[in-house]
Design a protein. Structure first.
Length: 159
């Protein structure tokens, strides 16, 4: 006898759409950016964006802003903004960028966030990584979804 399944709620549909979108993105690295101190969501986002700019500048040189197609990209979420704020990011990059990530990223993050640390893992299962990244993502928390400024204009997720 077949069981009837309840229709997805708006929040479940939003999360499922985000999981599919993130998995289809094809991320290479799953990185958790830990602050180990209280900061606001806005400050966390600004610090993360500063990290991304410095990282790409180190990889591509001073003209990195003029080379958007060569920059690394990510989809990230801010998690636990009221208790233990951190950012989970799925990065997509070339093999060379992936290989150099740790040696470049760790010192940049340490300079920006003295007490902070990074957890860097390769992505073996894009859907599993996306499920983890979206565990607190709902339409009402969609402001926690982060993308590089040079890519935001081209991507739309309905909330």
């Amino acid at each position: 006898m077949a069981q009837a399944t309840a229709p997805l709620t708006r929040a479940e549909k939003y999360r499922a759409d985000c999981i599919r979108w993130m998995a289809d993105y094809g991320p290479d690295l799953f990185v958790t950016f830990v602050f180990n101190r209280w900061i606001s969501m806005d400050e966390a986002q600004r610090t993360f964006e500063e990290f991304h700019g410095r990282f790409d500048k180190k990889l591509l040189g001073r003209s990195y802003m003029d080379r958007p197609d060569e920059r690394t990209t990510y989809i990230a979420t801010i998690e636990k903004p009221d208790t233990n704020i951190h950012i989970h990011a799925l990065f997509k990059m070339t093999a060379e960028q992936k290989e150099r990530f740790g040696e470049i990223a760790v010192p940049i993050w340490k300079k920006l966030v003295k007490a902070g640390n990074l957890d860097i893992k390769p992505v073996h299962c894009p859907e599993g990584a996306a499920r983890y990244v979206t565990k607190e993502l709902r339409p009402e928390t969609s402001d926690r979804l982060l993308m590089p400024i040079h890519k935001e204009k081209n991507t739309k997720i309905a909330a």
